[in-house]
Unconditional design. Structure first.
Length: 256
């Protein structure tokens, strides 16, 4: 039993039309819309944020975006600002997902700007970090994760740090069906906790949630969620279906 409330976040990625998104969120709300023991966040694509948000009204499920731009407004074709997300009552935003780092060349410095802007706008960043297979095989996992955590959290105050959520997502486990072993995951989570202690002090670091992400499913979730420093999950594939997402929420509730 941890003092940190577990968090299950669904990253829907580039899936679901608005109509499909509404159908999914209605089922999710019907099943777990009153759960308070675990925090639940759904992150639909931009086009479905507003209509999904409307269906979340009156439930405990929160709304998150999958990305945002650090500028407040202006000539940034195709981008969305923190203020725009706040205006439709989003509370969370995924930042630095490995797909954005890989396909859109996002750097730690750019992600850091977004983290600071999100926090300034009362949006809780879900900051993704994690190593590639080559990095794991060459033994540089902890070094890579340390660089990402430190660079992306540069300038974050102790006061705002408790609003940050970290998601440790080994890139080789995302969408591949290859889940990290509980020992591999816990090792990196404990390491991230030690970095957070150095950055913000023990009291603050003990309040920051560190999620695991990468092929998390109802079958492997209980063991992962039982680890001391695993405070929830960032779920891709298994968040696209009501049954598996609800089962993951229930696993988090059971893990306490
Ligand atoms: P996955 O994705 O659960 O499909 O592996 C996780 C993520 O990319 O956030």
């Amino acid at each position: 039993m941890s003092s940190r409330k577990k968090l299950i976040a669904g990253n829907w990625k580039m899936n679901k039309t608005s109509a499909d998104a509404v159908a999914l969120v209605q089922e999710i709300v019907a099943e777990v819309g009153r759960v308070t023991e675990t925090e639940i966040v759904v992150c639909p694509p931009f086009t479905a944020l507003e209509c999904v948000g409307k269906k979340l009204e009156g439930s405990t499920v929160k709304l998150g975006a999958q990305n945002m731009h650090p500028e407040a407004s202006g000539a940034y074709t195709g981008e969305i600002s923190a203020g725009m997300l706040r205006s439709i009552f989003a509370t969370h935003v995924i930042l630095g997902h490995s797909e954005r780092r890989t396909y859109f060349h996002e750097t730690d410095q750019f992600i850091n700007q977004k983290v600071l802007v999100a926090l300034k706008n009362q949006l809780k960043p879900i900051l993704c970090v994690g190593e590639t297979l080559a990095e794991r095989e060459s033994g540089s996992t902890l070094k890579v994760v340390q660089t990402q955590v430190e660079a992306c959290l540069e300038g974050v105050s102790k006061e705002l740090a408790t609003s940050v959520v970290i998601a440790y997502e080994p890139v080789w486990a995302i969408g591949t069906g290859k889940v990290a072993t509980t020992a591999q995951a816990q090792e990196v989570h404990a390491f991230i906790r030690s970095l957070l202690i150095k950055l913000f002090g023990d009291a603050v670091a003990q309040k920051i949630r560190i999620l695991y992400g990468g092929s998390m499913k109802p079958a492997n979730a209980p063991e992962l969620l039982a680890q001391k420093d695993i405070d929830g999950g960032l779920i891709g594939g298994a968040a696209l279906e009501t049954r598996s997402f609800v089962d993951l929420v229930n696993a988090a509730v059971a893990a306490g």
